[in-house]
Write a protein that binds this ligand. Structure first.
Ligand SMILES: Nc1ncnc2c1ncn2[C@@H]1O[C@H](COP(=O)(O)OP(=O)(O)OP(=O)(O)O)[C@@H](O)[C@H]1O
Length: 231
């Protein structure tokens, strides 16, 4: 289809790492990878294949050796570290396997922190709405240690959407919850992204999870460095 709006366009992306024993390992060598606006993509691949590295590059937490990463029209590789931080805050939501909630802050404060730098900053009631959407309006003033693992994950989802991102990156967000909670978490992330037209890239090891997405991308197939790294 012509003229489809692209949220993410990756071209000729190469990432290498120094190896502890000397030399450099090419982890990623991706000629082309794109995500359309609002598209939900599952990223699968072998352990050590470079999935987290790819997410970190897209988030601007790592820089590539070469290649292009265009996010909603901005060339990430041309930004300074500070510029990438600012761009990430306004454009990207991130849900980690381990949630990364700040322990000293309550649920609602953690969600509000997600909008400190993002586009959601002008709308304080959005934090309340997001917590209600993930079913935790009555836990707003609980700290993470006072919440179940599944509830913490839901706070992390609310926080990731607080800044009104254009792309949500999820690194195995269902890995630490039971299968029923995992299904609920997945439904929640997917419906939230659909409602807000947020594109999503989710790393998962589960084919059951991946099959519910618009598209499944196998990193091993798009990554020409695959045979060198995976084990
Ligand atoms: N900072 C680093 N320095 C050196 N090597 C690294 C570094 N970070 C990652 N690697 C290597 O890059 C490869 C890819 O790691 P990555 O974490 O991206 O894989 P993954 O696909 O997310 O794996 P998993 O599914 O097991 O989480 C691994 O071989 C790893 O050892």
């Amino acid at each position: 289809m012509a003229n489809v709006e692209k949220t993410l366009q990756i071209t000729d992306l190469v990432k290498t790492f120094d190896q502890p024993g000397g030399g450099r390992l090419t982890v990623l060598d991706i000629p082309k990878f794109e995500i359309n606006a609002g598209e939900q993509v599952a990223l699968i691949g072998q352990s050590g294949g470079g999935k987290t590295t790819l997410l970190h590059l897209i988030a601007g937490l790592l820089t590539p050796d070469s290649g292009s990463i265009r996010l909603v029209g901005t060339e990430l590789t041309k930004l300074s570290e500070q510029g990438r931080d600012r761009f990430r805050a306004s454009t990207i939501g991130y849900v980690f396997q381990t949630f990364n909630l700040l322990p000293a802050f309550t649920a609602i404060e953690n969600v509000r922190l997600g909008m400190t730098f993002g586009h959601g900053r002008m709308n304080p009631s959005r934090a309340d709405e997001l917590l209600a959407r993930v079913g935790l309006a009555d836990r707003a003033h609980y700290r993470p240690s006072q919440l179940s693992v599944g509830q913490q994950q839901r706070v992390a989802i609310a926080r990731s959407l607080a800044g009104k991102p254009r792309l949500l990156l999820c690194d195995e967000p269902t890995a630490n919850v039971d299968p029923v909670s995992a299904e609920n978490v997945l439904d929640l992330i997917r419906s939230s992204c659909q409602e807000e037209n947020v594109a999503m890239l989710m790393v998962t090891h589960s084919m059951d999870v991946a099959e519910r997405f618009d598209r499944i991308e196998k990193l091993d197939q798009i990554n020409q460095a695959f045979s060198a790294t995976a084990h």
